[in-house]
Write a protein of this length. Structure first.
Length: 129
């Protein structure tokens, strides 16, 4: 997918309305949502330095694709802003899941390590933890 392509807000709204009528996302709507998420990630996170880049991205995909149908055109006709906000909230939720470890002291939090999709074993086998 060409991440440099600009997202047409009217086209996104049109595809979402068509999808709501059909009861499932059209392929074009899926591609526009994926492009929107990738562009938003590029603005909010540095892929080269953030070890959890792909974790955040997959979390945003999961939230948006599970809740895409909640868009209500009678409340707003700006689907772009709606899904961008949904993306941002999904990333914040994932960051909280990874970094805010309740019940641990500061010292214990320093010792907790997580396995990221970005730092996995590159398909060299499956490991159970």
């Amino acid at each position: 997918m060409n991440i440099n392509k600009k997202i047409d807000k009217k086209e996104l709204l049109y595809e979402i309305l068509i999808s709501k009528g059909k009861g499932k996302l059209t392929k074009r709507a899926e591609n526009l949502i994926i492009l929107l998420s990738e562009k938003a990630m590029k603005k909010t996170s540095n892929k080269d330095y953030d070890i959890n880049y792909y974790d955040y991205l997959q979390s945003a995909y999961l939230v948006i694709f599970n809740n895409w149908w909640k868009f209500n055109p009678s409340v707003t006709n700006n689907a772009f802003a709606y899904y961008t906000e949904m993306h941002k909230r999904a990333i914040l939720e994932e960051k909280n899941n990874i970094y805010n470890l309740k019940g641990l002291s500061k010292e214990e939090k320093k010792n907790v390590k997580s396995i990221s999709l970005n730092s996995s074993n590159n398909g060299q086998g499956l490991f159970n933890l």
